[in-house]
Ligand binder design. Structure first.
Ligand SMILES: Nc1ncnc2c1ncn2[C@@H]1O[C@H](COP(=O)(O)OP(=O)(O)O)[C@@H](O)[C@H]1O
Ligand SMILES: [Mg+2]
Length: 303
């Protein structure tokens, strides 16, 4: 076992309140690890501690086997970070953004130019090399931030919502590139609100809420365990159906105007429900990570 990240009982307090409330998890070399959770769950706070931006209040945090409180410089030199916000310099060109960043890692100029050419090519940005950041589309900005995070050839890449706000085409392009990086064996920690993204990319993930881990596992296993294989959604459900579900011990969520039935097949109830209770507004579909997420973290808005 080759642990890249080890976290135990990690706590971060702001004004006496625990934003991160005793997290424990580890990430193995080569793993693509997801940190999911509703707004305010503590994802960014956790990630900021990971890359040495903000010190833990208490707990253990080791990266590459080193303690973040004593070896943060060494750790930082081996990490790539894409923060949640756009931190590019708007006054510099695309290439200059990469070269200036390379300077922070004391990468010699010639080497920096070579690496930036390689990265611009990989992220399909070569034609924008001399453009100002202001002239880039949202997708290009994201790709440039990713390119920049790789300039020091990191062993661990940390991504805080790398595709939030992107159009579907740009998002899929980023996924493709992240998929290639994953194949190359890079260890990645990602936060995202896109469950499809997490399902496609992550080997393993945790869902956190209020600074605590709710569940930990592969996307497939979490879906199987918390939502079953299939979902039946029935609109405008009647009392009869609810009685029936209770009597037959089928798990469901009552959303008022809609019932979500989790894996009625598990109880052998699928065909009975479909023939007796399905009206024209009945949906039968595969379960997704989004079902798991909503089931575990609830449906109330977090703003
Ligand atoms: N610098 C800060 N000062 C005070 N409170 C903060 C600070 N950063 C985050 N918080 C609070 O910590 C909690 C977790 O925030 P955050 O880690 O940004 O959540 P997430 O990234 O999961 O949306 C929130 O309640 C947030 O308001
Ligand atoms: Mg965040």
């Amino acid at each position: 076992m080759n642990k890249i990240i080890e976290i135990q009982n990690l706590v971060k307090q702001f004004n006496g309140v625990n934003a991160v409330n005793g997290l424990s998890f580890s990430v193995e070399k080569g793993e693509f690890f997801g940190l999911l959770g509703p707004n305010g769950a503590g994802k960014t706070t956790t990630i900021r501690m990971l890359y040495g931006y903000s010190p833990p209040t208490s707990g253990m945090l080791r990266v590459f086997g080193m303690d973040i409180s004593t070896d943060s410089r060494k750790i930082k030199s081996r990490i790539g970070v894409c923060q949640q916000d756009n931190t590019l310099d708007p006054d510099l060109s695309v290439e200059q953004n990469l070269l200036v960043f390379a300077g922070y890692f004391s990468i010699p100029k010639k080497e920096a130019v070579e690496r930036s050419e390689e990265l611009l090519d990989f992220f399909a940005l070569s034609h924008k090399k001399d453009a100002k950041v202001m002239e880039l589309s949202g997708g290009m900005v994201r790709r440039l931030i990713l390119a920049r995070s790789l300039i020091n050839r990191p062993e661990l890449l940390i991504l805080d919502e790398p595709t939030t706000g992107l159009d579907p085409q740009s998002r899929h392009q980023v996924w493709e590139k992240l998929g290639e990086l994953k194949k190359s064996g890079l260890t990645v920690v990602i936060t995202t609100h896109y469950m499809e993204e997490a399902t496609q990319l992550c080997d393993r993930l945790v869902i956190v809420d209020h600074g605590n881990i709710l569940v930990d596992g592969s996307p497939e296993r979490l879906i199987e365990q918390y939502a079953g294989r299939h979902i039946v959604e029935i609109e405008g459900p009647d009392q009869d159906l609810i009685e029936y579900l209770k009597n037959h011990d089928v798990e469901y969520d009552d959303l008022g105007k809609r019932l979500i039935l989790y894996d009625p097949e598990r109880k052998g109830m699928n065909s009975a429900i479909r023939s007796q209770y399905c009206n024209e507004k009945c949906i039968y579909r595969n379960s997704t990570l989004e079902d798991v997420f909503l089931r575990l973290t609830g449906r109330e808005l977090r703003e």
